[in-house]
Design a binder for this molecule. Sequence first.
Ligand SMILES: Nc1ncnc2c1ncn2[C@@H]1O[C@H](COP(=O)(O)OP(=O)(O)OP(=O)(O)O)[C@@H](O)[C@H]1O
Ligand SMILES: [Mg+2]
Length: 287
Amino acid sequence: MTESAEQANASATASADGQAAGGNGRTPVLSLRNVCKNFGAVSALTDIELDVHAGEVVALVGDNGAGKSTLVKVLAGVHQPTSGSISFDGKSVRLADPSAALNLGIATVFQDLALCENLDVVANIYLGQEKDPYHLDEVSMEVRAWTLLNELSARIPDVRDVVASLSGGQRQTVAIARSLLLDPKVIMLDEPTAALGVAQTAEVLNLIERVRDRGLGVIMISHNMEDVRAVADRVVVLRLGRNNGVFTPDASNQELVSAITGATDNSVSRRAERQRAAQPVAEEVQA
Ligand SMILES: Nc1ncnc2c1ncn2[C@@H]1O[C@H](COP(=O)(O)OP(=O)(O)OP(=O)(O)O)[C@@H](O)[C@H]1O
Ligand SMILES: [Mg+2]
């Protein structure tokens, strides 16, 4: 076993108590124990353990088919777990449907954002949450929309602009602001930077930090290790539907890729090996 694989394993074994350690002994706001989800003969999730604390960003990473979306859907009340337990604020809960999850305080920003292109920002933020759909209080809705966006220091030119005129990053911002409308305690973001350029990615990552600073627990799914390292407090790896280690964001690419793929011999580890081998030569040249 290579040194990096040993390190990866060491981090992974530390994960059992590492989950609790993430919050310095505080009770997690959301806690999963032995959660399994089967689709017929397919085991999408097996014995998943996950803790999320208030004011913490947990990155959920894993290869295609690792079970990330299934886990998010279980927490969003879309899928019912086959077995296992979910606690919220220290109490055991059942998330029977999406409104149960939302009312409890678990909000989800799905990857497709589900915004209405032809409606303005205010209407999108309130979509489905209008107090009285027949008599809209446009003024108070607009004020609340501005307040939410200002609290996030979001760069939206005008809340009366239609979503079709916004950039990808601004749309993500609107979707995040919408998820905050009901004052959730946990927010889940599925690939929030996947479709964004460099500047917009930085803006959305800043936004995620501000959401965390508001005291929310954030679960962020991402395939981008740079984004993960930039914003996550802990990195939870899933592989083939199981936990495969919890890492701190200073873990190397090599460690993370090993945990994600299960292979210690991969292009990232080979590149690191080559760089290590080339090091003395470079030093000699300098001397
Ligand atoms: N509704 C479903 N019915 C049957 N199998 C499913 C269903 N949803 C997910 N699966 C299976 O569960 C496993 C995990 O899928 P999931 O979509 O959670 O992976 P993922 O980590 O989100 O992958 P990706 O990075 O590609 O989005 C896969 O084998 C998938 O085929
Ligand atoms: Mg997915």
